[in-house]
Design a binder for this molecule. Sequence first.
Ligand code: FES
Ligand code: FES
Length: 161
Amino acid sequence: MTIDFILNGEDVTIKANPTDRLALILRDQFGLGSIVYDCGGGRCGKCMVLLDGRTALSCLVPVFRIRGSEVVTYEGFVNTSEHEMVRSAFDESGLTLCSYCAPARFMAAGSLLDYPSRPSETEVAETMASVLCRCSPPSAVLRVVLGAIEMNENRKYRRAR
Ligand code: FES
Ligand code: FES
């Protein structure tokens, strides 16, 4: 099957079996190193992408579903203002993430900045918990992401005035 979609802003075409998993296509056909195929079953969150603007675990997405869609991996997300805001919030906090989880967690946090209305603390905690990590305290991560959301809201408010 031939599948056309947009990957990190570029039109691309692949040939694949309809049920092939997006994570493996991104990693093996496009060499995108940010995609970590760890659990392969939707539990670790480390294969996260943005699919039409929403977070999705690419190990669970059969490629036929992405026909005509827009897929953003960390390699594309890194050029966005959301990434800049999340990155600087983590830098300022002094909380470091390992390279194994950072791309997925930055994208998860960035997706929260794009919510039509301010996400609740519970929504933020749940979104950030979708990327498994046993080495950084969830409360510290939550504080940083809430700080990034606050910064983003203030920026929107200043622009609107
Ligand atoms: S590899 Fe996709 S959630 Fe773990
Ligand atoms: S898995 Fe990356 S900081 Fe815990």
